[in-house]
Design a protein around this ligand. Sequence first.
Ligand SMILES: CC(=O)N[C@H]1[C@@H](OP(=O)(O)OP(=O)(O)OC[C@H]2O[C@@H](n3ccc(=O)[nH]c3=O)[C@H](O)[C@@H]2O)O[C@H](CO)[C@@H](O)[C@@H]1O[C@H](C)C(=O)N[C@@H](C)C(=O)N[C@H](CCC(=O)O)C(=O)O
Ligand SMILES: Nc1ncnc2c1ncn2[C@@H]1O[C@H](COP(=O)(O)OP(=O)(O)OP(=O)(O)O)[C@@H](O)[C@H]1O
Length: 491
Amino acid sequence: MKLSNLLANIEYTVINDGNPEITDIIYDSRKVTDGTAFVCLKGYTSDGHKYAQSAVEKGAAALIISDDLSFNVPKNVAVIKVENTRKALAYISAEFFGRPAERLKTIAITGTKGKTTTTAMIASILECAGIKTGTIGTLGILYDGKVVKTDNTTPESYEIQKAMHDMLECGCKAMVIEASSIGLKHYRLADITFDVGIFTNFSHDHIGGVEHKDMAEYLYCKSLLFGQCRHSAGNIDDEKFTEITKLAVEKPVTFGFSNKADFVASDDHLLFENGFIGVHFELSGKKKLSLDVNIPGKFNVYNALAAISAVSFFDIPDKAIVEGLHKAKVKGRVEPVPVPGNYSLIIDYAHNALSMENVLSTLRLYKPNRLITMFGAGGNRPKVRRYEMGETSGRLSDLSVITEDNSRFEDVMDIIEDIKTGLAKTDGKYVVVPNRKDAIRYCMENAQDGDIIVLAGKGHEDYQEIKGVKYHMDERELVADIIKEMAEEKK
Ligand SMILES: CC(=O)N[C@H]1[C@@H](OP(=O)(O)OP(=O)(O)OC[C@H]2O[C@@H](n3ccc(=O)[nH]c3=O)[C@H](O)[C@@H]2O)O[C@H](CO)[C@@H](O)[C@@H]1O[C@H](C)C(=O)N[C@@H](C)C(=O)N[C@H](CCC(=O)O)C(=O)O
Ligand SMILES: Nc1ncnc2c1ncn2[C@@H]1O[C@H](COP(=O)(O)OP(=O)(O)OP(=O)(O)O)[C@@H](O)[C@H]1O
């Protein structure tokens, strides 16, 4: 694409004239190839302007800058000066990829908690309505069965625009994205008008260091989303609702337990039946439905309300809402895995004491026959983490099954001994089964009716790291293999 076309929607000054054909847009000099446009971003640890000369040497056809350069740029390299290069990156990336957001239904979610879960719920509902959907967030870029890993919850604008372009190529009709406050602050979502913006909730987080200077800035950055959405919806029970949605271009749709909300939840209760662990509630207001949500924890009523509000702007049948929430799951986070017995098996990413405490105490509320936690701990990481995990599982589980995790360069049995040291502070029962597949099998063979078994630590990961090598290991596949093996042995 010609440089002039990329610049269609931004204000700029020409420093070096020229209108080269641009093969790609790059913001890391190490990735520059012939004919690319190099955008100099001023970062936290470095400044892209310092690498502009190296980019030219590698064949960049154009430089996008905000500061003057300290070397003589060859005449055949176009130089364009803008006020803010991060913002310019968003605008030129949108042009480069053919403005993909305009050809998708787009939903962005902001809030301190619930972004990932609500994203998954919306995608599940849209998929049940036959709308192929891609998502972007903490779990990476997910579409068409693919997972593209990203460095950020809200990736850089170039990655977002490319992802939407690739989603369209695969037949996606909708895209749901987690809009982090930092992403909004750094223009990663600039030049996108979303169909819907969603606000989940607001609490203390992301203050200090390279994040926000204070709560006011954190709140302001979240509020920016609503100035770039056609429609919006928010949690009316949250005291910051009005302030955060103040830039909304039309009156936001509201959700919550309050009778004032457009979508009202009531009669919520935990649901643990035939292996289904979730939450039930009645929906009233703009829609009347009786709903079972497949993700444990009462706060998921709010996430489900957020998802229902988001899809209310499209023509989605109630059946898809009911079905979508009934089968919604977030990969690796309290993710249920189907098993033949009358017990529940859950895969969760919890790999430190705090996340283990959160997931186990949420599951204890379901009053299982026994709560069984299988876990290990990472090698070459602080030992205190192992003691704490041992202690937490010992305190909250009826049985701990201690096994291996990413042992890296340490001996598995040494790590297990450290976990046992922490566990010994409690009177929790435990067994040691060093091989992870054997440990899963132990849990499944010994499961009793009404048990909840948590396979903690790996979550969405599909590998195990031992002595510098990442071996393929997906717990979903291991469970499926064990089910087959157990069925064969029964014959
Ligand atoms: C603090 C922060 O936000 N940093 C983000 C920022 O990196 P940076 O500006 O610090 O990069 P830098 O290292 O200073 O480099 C500046 C520029 O020089 C370039 N460079 C550098 C070296 C070189 O040899 N050549 C070269 O061209 C770099 O490619 C870059 O363009 O821009 C990068 C590209 O967009 C981001 O990946 C990176 O996020 C880092 C990984 C990060 O941890 N960010 C956190 C704070 C964050 O964004 N979090 C939010 C919220 C998460 C949540 O909700 O929990 C998120 O959305 O992820
Ligand atoms: N609506 C909610 N209200 C309060 N807590 C919630 C809510 N939704 C999820 N949580 C809690 O926050 C944790 C993270 O949820 P989720 O990943 O959906 O949020 P997130 O906004 O994407 O968070 P992060 O940015 O930390 O990844 C959950 O495990 C749960 O403990």
